[in-house]
Ligand binder design. Sequence first.
Ligand code: G3P
Length: 219
Amino acid sequence: MKFFIDSADVESISQLLDMGVVDGVTTNPSLIAKSGRNIFEVVAEIAAMVSGPVSAEVVATEAEKIIKEGMKLAEISGNVVVKLPLTFDGLKACSYFAKQKIRTNVTLCFSATQALVAARAGASFVSPFVGRLDDISQDGIALIEDIATIFNNYSDIDTKLLVASARNPIHVLMAAKCGADFVTIQPKLLMALIKHPLTDKGLEIFLNDWAATGQKITS
Ligand code: G3P
C-alpha cells in the first residue's frame, strides 16, 4: 500500500516529502476552501511538488459541466487526477474521461456496489470513505474488505482502491491488511503512524548509555 496526503496545505505537504513515502496528494472542495487559496494556483503548486497523482475535485453536478470543469483541472498539470462524485452524472463524466485517457478519482464512495459500478465506468481510483461510515456506527473497514474482495475477483478491473477518510492508525493498518492500493491521510496521521513510546524510550536509553562512553562518531 502507498500513501497519499489528504490536504491542500502546501507547507504541511512540503514538510513530509523528505521522508520519501508520499506518493501523491488528494484534495477536495473543503480542503481547498480551508487553504484559503485559488484552486488552480494551489493545485498547480502541489502538482509541482510531488511526482505522483494529485486529485483535484470538480464542483459541478451535471455531467456536461463536470466534464468542462474536469478538463480545466486536468490542464493544470500532467499528474492532476480529476476527482468526481460517485453519482450518475459523475459516472457519465468518468466514462468520458476514461475514453479520453484522463485519470479519475471517483469519490464519496460508501458501498461496494458503488465501487463496482465506478470501476466498470473506468475509474482510475475509487475512494471509499472509512471514517465517515465509522462516524455513523457503520463498519468502514468492512466496506474496504468487500471492495478488495470484489476487485480481486475480476482480473479486468484496473481501478485502484484508494482508502479515504482514514481517521487513525488502525484504519491504515486494516486498509493495508485488506490489500488496498493506496490510503490518503492527513499529515498528522502520517506522523502518528511512525510514533511509538518504546522507540522513544529505547532511543533515550541508547543515547544515555552512549554518552557515558565519552566517544564521538564524528568530531
Ligand atoms: O478527501 C477525501 C476524504 O479523505 C475526506 O476525509 O476526513 O473529510 O472524512 P474526511
